[in-house]
Design a protein around this ligand. Structure first.
Ligand SMILES: [Mn+2]
Length: 464
């Protein structure tokens, strides 16, 4: 965790933004896998709780009473039976003091605090819950049924948290650079291990081990697949085959829970075919275009659309698309190849703050999400600001079921050469992803070195 002044300052800012009422930030509990004492491991704290209270243990709740200017860390100390099995852990008082919180209280006090606040008709601010145990707790404390909790969550608290967590502090950027180092090791190891005959699962397992060894865990379930056209394709027991491309999308979390998220796509045998290069170079150009145009004040929505135009132009040159580029992109025809968005915010959550509602994280009064297939999956559209961290991740995919569906229904028929696509149905998919820090007048990748992505660099790396 950071110095306690970090947490004191953050809570002060939060109080000024939310203005009045009482804020309840719920920490996470252990999450059982197949029986209560076999929980998913390691424990993962809620990111907003971590951001304001820093304490990385289950069963904690943070209270910020704005009107009375008090802060309380709620939680029970563990007893001797727990110490026998798990060893001693910091007391709730120690954890509170490490985050500059003056008061502590046992868990049973929480019900009393909530009852008083309800009785006095005070504004009670909580974030949208995403785990059922917390939903049941909120029902018990505040009487709000789980299916109403999302809409009853505090909009002013959501907006304040988004405002603060979107702009990364210098020490957070340094953590993200550390997360990059773990991601670099994962990706370069994957390239070294890739060869015909090895299973996808073997390599993904090695990568997960690296994330566990150098940080806290993977920042999301590792994608390592020869079926790159499946956007979140889980690794299988399939063995790698020469001639195929493999797509690796993975990242690690530091001990302080800051993430990395990168994607590389490369040939199993370490040498691209011309057909693979034709498609790869389009994704590469789209990925690099972002570096030229992303800077404070620019709408991320426009950056996404610029990449779509570039890809459509190049797919036309290859004979896979046709017609007017502007019209094609306006109609959404390019989404047959790119059905997802260009990128998302990244920080402590790999899709940063997604649980607070993408509409508040990625959009605002000025820019609303599209309802079109493909562009509608863009998680971030609003104007970008200095010290935002966003992923730059264009891709081109040949999804046989989607191609057949569009062809049968005539979707995009004025802009897509369906006949030419027949030869690409076993191609797979390509994505290239890096994490981008928006700087004062432009942007740069997180990390001081490059995970190879230019074809020549990949081939040189894989054949060394
Ligand atoms: Mn990503």
């Amino acid at each position: 965790m950071f110095d306690k002044n970090t947490y004191i300052k953050r809570r002060e800012t939060l109080k000024k933004l939310v203005k009045s009422g009482i804020i309840i930030l719920f920490g996470n509990n252990e999450s059982p896998c197949n029986y209560p004492n076999n929980a998913y491991s390691p424990f993962r704290q809620d990111s907003s709780f971590l951001y304001y209270f820093g304490a990385n243990r289950d069963g904690l709740v943070g209270i910020i009473d704005i009107d009375n200017n008090t802060e309380t860390l709620i939680g029970n100390d563990i007893d001797i039976d727990d110490i026998v099995w798990m060893g001693p852990v910091d007391s709730v008082k120690d954890m509170a003091s490490a985050a500059g919180v003056e008061q502590t209280a046992p868990f049973k006090e929480l019900k009393h605090i909530c009852c008083e606040a309800l009785k006095n008709k005070r504004d009670i601010h909580f974030l949208p819950p995403y785990r059922s145990d917390i939903m049941i707790l909120i029902y018990d404390l505040l009487g709000i049924h789980p299916n109403q909790q999302k809409e009853k969550a505090s909009l002013s608290l959501i907006k304040a948290v988004v405002k603060m967590r979107s702009v990364k502090e210098q020490q957070e950027i340094e953590e993200l650079e550390r997360a990059f180092e773990i991601g670099y090791l994962m990706h370069t190891t994957a390239m070294k291990l890739t060869r015909e005959g090895v299973t996808e699962k073997f390599i993904s397992g090695q990568l997960d081990g690296i994330a566990n060894s150098y940080g806290s865990k993977v920042s999301f379930s590792t994608i390592f697949t020869q079926r790159g056209e499946i956007l979140h394709g889980a690794p299988t027991m399939t063995t790698l085959k020469n001639g195929k491309l493999v797509l690796c999308d993975c990242g690690g979390e530091t001990i302080n829970n800051y993430c990395s998220d990168h994607t590389r796509t490369y040939p199993v045998n370490g040498k691209f075919t011309q057909k693979q290069l034709d498609i790869y170079s389009i994704v590469e150009a789209g990925h690099d275009l972002v570096l030229q145009i992303a800077k404070p004040g620019v709408k991320w929505f426009d950056v996404h659309m610029d990449v779509c135009r570039l890809m459509t132009t190049r797919l036309k040159e290859l004979g896979l698309m046709k017609g007017d580029v502007e019209e094609a992109v306006a109609s959404g025809a390019h989404a047959l190849f790119l059905p997802h968005g260009l990128g998302h915010m990244m920080g402590m959550d790999v899709h940063d703050m997604e649980g607070l509602g993408q509409i508040y994280v990625g959009y605002d009064d000025e820019i609303q999400p599209s309802t079109q297939f493909g562009t509608g999956s863009l998680r971030m559209g609003r104007r970008i600001e200095e010290n935002f961290v966003i992923t730059d991740e264009p891709g081109i995919y040949f999804i046989p079921a989607l191609i057949d569906e569009w062809k049968a229904k005539g979707i995009g028929k004025d802009f897509i050469n369906f006949d030419a696509l027949e030869q690409y149905k076993d191609f797979g998919g390509i994505r290239i992803e890096d994490d981008v820090l928006i700087t004062k007048d432009g942007c740069r990748f997180i990390g001081n070195k490059e995970i190879p992505y230019h074809p020549k660099d990949i081939e040189a790396f894989m054949n060394q």
